[in-house]
Design a protein around this ligand. Structure first.
Ligand code: CA
Length: 235
């Protein structure tokens, strides 16, 4: 990234918040600490950050609700959810509510840094070099420049960074079966098990968004033993 990325650290525990802000600042980011959801909403409306490091357990509005808010109102802002609870169920809920990644406490600062860089890299807008900016996918069109799905009647739906990244990979590789492990590696750095489920859940969610009949997917087809393949309309 050419500009310094701006990261909002939402953490109610003051010592931890200060530590994270100091660490990220030393790593060259612009980091701002916030103690609750109300402060986050005010800050995001004033100046959209590149990424929000979001504590799940907050007084008042919790991390899940705030992640949903960011996804709906500020879809270009990347979200990494931080939580003490490390169960698979919580991980999936974290991703379902729109977080781009998930890190359980306690974590190594270096691991956090790697995830932040990974999420920010994915959030960089697709360049004009990719195949043309509008790609028909199922019953809708993926607009690579605007990072939205467009209905035939022109209505746009915003995508999370991870949803967009998956669809972009498919759009760039039509008719080519994409290996699940490769999709996992290309879209995240999380450990394999949580990962696997997350990819399948994301595919299910994307099929609901683009397939004429999500129960019988035609655009993103399953390739048994391999992964998934994007078949352009009429292909
Ligand atoms: Ca907390």
């Amino acid at each position: 990234m050419t500009d310094t990325a701006h990261i909002l650290v939402v953490e109610d525990e003051a010592t931890q918040r200060t530590m994270l802000v100091d660490y990220l600042t030393r790593q060259g980011f612009r980091a701002t600490g916030l103690s609750d959801g109300a402060a986050l909403r005010r800050a995001v409306q004033r100046d959209e950050p590149d990424l929000v490091l979001l504590d799940l357990g907050l007084p008042g509005e919790d991390g899940h609700s705030l992640a949903r808010y960011l996804r709906e109102q500020h879809a270009k802002v990347a979200v990494i959810m931080v939580t003490a609870a490390g169960s698979t169920v919580d991980r999936i809920i974290g991703l379902e509510t729109g977080a781009d990644d998930y890190i359980p406490k306690p974590f190594e600062p270096r691991e956090l840094l790697a995830r932040i860089k990974n999420v920010l890299r994915r959030a960089v807008p697709a360049t004009a070099a990719v195949i043309g900016s509008r790609v028909p996918m199922g019953r809708r069109i993926l607009d690579l420049a605007q990072r939205v799905l467009v209905d035939p009647d022109g209505v746009e739906e915003r995508l999370t960074a991870s949803e967009f990244e998956l669809l972009r990979l498919f759009a760039e590789n039509p008719n080519k079966p994409l290996n699940r492990e490769w999709l996992l590696e290309a879209t995240s750095h999380r450990e394999a098990e949580a990962f696997d489920r997350a990819i399948d859940l994301r595919i299910t969610r994307l099929r609901r968004k683009i397939e004429a009949d999500p129960a019988h997917p035609d655009a993103i087809r399953t390739v048994r033993g391999v992964g998934y393949v994007f078949v352009p309309p009429g292909g």
